[in-house]
Write a protein that binds this ligand. Structure first.
Ligand code: MSP
Length: 513
């Protein structure tokens, strides 16, 4: 039987600047979900990429004195660029789309024409404001103190001939979508935002072409117009599968299982995107998950504020896996959280160095010391065993439920609870006392086997978050091929165990202050 499919996407990022820890957060989260689904036996398509057209990029290129294409190449594919950042962060994407890829551009030309031919877009005149950093249109009444309501920056007045998408016709259909498909937009708080801020007041038609610059996909039936960058961008999720092009043949992944997006762009994904798909009679994505922001000192990270955190600097200092762990353990995925180096250090030291890392190194060292590395088969169970084995049994389904709901923080808490319980089990069973008594060898063997089994289960569950570290743990504890999801569904401590001491998994971070 063929495997069930799972299609997950990140936003495609603007290559207007180097990416920061906020963009890395979206991408790491999607990577964790993709790795988890692969582990669960799904045929996964994990898409990420870059959103390379638009006024913002054109302006940046002009400032730099290069062509827009040279400008984006320098940020995307050049050494130290976005592709390299994802390599550094161990992102297992299956496909990387650039909106300047020719197959995508050609598909967008056709999509725009199809929308026009169906009467979903019409020609008119735009009069209003434009926020270039957000690439979004605003009416006078939507502005807050004359500034962009999303980012608070200056907007430009624009008056130009333009095509409009009849978004106003979709207010009721989008409301109905939220009602009939309650999982369409998560977390729930985002639904309220969309309903109160945009749907209740009624949607306006959306300007979908520009004439004041050229860096975009040209409208072939009306030279001088380029397709609005958000229309170009949103359809990436389908063109990357082969929609309206021959480059790929993967439409079996559509409809998408989940689009991970930051809360700043939920409006585009949960209103404009489904409306355009409705206009083309195409199936809608199953879910849009609008995650929170990483904040710095309570405010948004931005180049202009000079408070941007660079993952390229953090990764070598703290470790890629530790950083990935922190991002998903510290903050509930749907909510904002303050990013600080102090929290990062505290989290790595408490969970990874002192708790789990210590559990692994103590256990491996004891197996080495008391049994020369291999646990004998003669084992006797005893007090405290039932409790820890039962907790393994509870942890696996709890973890799965959290992961299926993209509640990464809760999933990690469940694994850490098991790790802490195993440390307590060491104190309860006191292997160093058992080791002094020749008559308790079989009991000592059982205790250490239970610990290795617990570590093994933790390592399997940690795999999507810390893939490289998990491999190191498996090697240290001699897990062999017992590294799969099926192998944790029925934990079995009676297996043979031969350990191999290795390097410290998570060195304690020393505060440099
Ligand atoms: N190009 C559009 C997206 C098009 S998707 C069809 C865009 N790009 S962006 O480069 O501005 O990246 C936006 C995404 O980066 C956000 O939606 C969010 O997922 C992520 N983040 C950017 N800053 C962030 C934080 N400070 N915290 C968390 N995520 C952040 O918008």
């Amino acid at each position: 039987m063929s495997k069930p499919t799972f299609y997950i996407t990140t936003p495609i990022y603007y290559p207007s600047d180097k990416l920061h820890i906020g963009n890395t957060y979206s991408t790491v989260a999607a990577d964790v979900a993709a790795r988890y689904k692969r582990m669960r036996g799904f045929d996964v398509m994990f898409l990420t990429g870059t959103d390379e057209h638009g006024m913002k990029i054109e302006g940046k290129a002009k400032e730099a004195g290069v062509t827009p294409k040279a400008f984006v190449d320098n940020i995307v594919t050049a050494p130290g660029g976005i592709i390299d950042l994802w390599k550094l962060m161990n992102i297992s994407y299956d496909r990387f789309i650039r909106t300047t890829d020719d197959y995508h551009e050609a598909a967008i030309t056709r999509v725009f024409k199809a929308l026009y031919e169906r009467g979903a877009i019409y020609k008119g005149a735009y009069k209003g404001h434009y926020c270039t950093p957000c690439e979004s249109f605003w009416t006078e009444t939507q502005l807050v103190d004359g500034k962009c309501p999303d980012c608070g920056r200056e907007v430009k007045y624009a008056e130009e001939e333009a095509y409009f998408f009849k978004l106003s016709e979709y207010t009721d259909r989008i409301l109905k979508l939220y009602e009939e498909q309650p999982g369409f937009l998560e977390p729930k708080s985002r639904v309220n935002e969309m309903v109160n801020n945009f749907l209740k007041p009624g949607l306006d038609d959306l300007c979908v072409s520009r004439t004041t610059f050229t860096w975009g996909v040209p409208v072939d039936f009306d030279p001088g117009h380029v397709v609005y960058v958000w229309v170009d961008a949103l359809f990436n999720y389908m063109t990357a599968l082969g929609f309206e092009n021959d480059r790929y043949d993967d439409m079996r992944f559509w409809p998408c299982d989940v689009h991970f997006v930051g809360k700043d762009i939920v409006r585009f994904h949960a209103i404009i995107w489904p409306a355009m798909l409705m206009a083309l009679d195409l199936p809608l994505p199953k879910k849009v998950f609008g995650h929170g922001w990483l904040l710095i000192g309570g405010g948004k990270m931005s180049k202009s504020k000079g408070n941007v955190v660079d993952p390229v600097l953090l990764a070598p200092q703290f470790g890629v896996d530790a950083l990935r762990y922190y991002l998903l353990r510290e903050f509930p995925f749907g909510q904002d959280g303050d990013f600080t180096n102090d929290l990062l250090t505290a989290r790595i030291n408490s969970d990874l160095a002192n708790d789990f890392g210590n559990l692994v190194s103590r256990t491996v060292a004891m197996v080495d010391k008391y049994f020369g590395g291999t646990i004998p088969d003669a084992r006797v169970s005893g007090e405290f065993d039932a409790e820890i084995l039962a907790l393994i049994g509870e942890t696996v389904p709890a973890y799965a439920a959290h992961m299926d709901a993209f509640a990464f923080q809760n999933a990690l808490q469940a694994v850490m609870k098991l790790s802490s319980r195993a440390n307590k089990y060491i104190d309860e069973t006191a292997p160093w006392t058992l080791a002094k008594d020749e008559g308790k060898r079989a009991r000592l063997a059982a205790v250490l086997a239970n610990l290795l089994e617990t570590i093994r289960v933790c390592a399997v569950l940690f795999t999507p978050f810390m893939p490289d570290t998990a491999v190191k743990i498996f090697a240290q504890i001699g897990a062999g091929d017992r590294t799969t999801w099926d192998s944790v569904a029925s934990a079995d401590a009676s297996a043979p165990w031969t350990v191999q001491k290795g390097d410290t998994l998570f060195p304690r971070i020393v505060d440099e202050k």
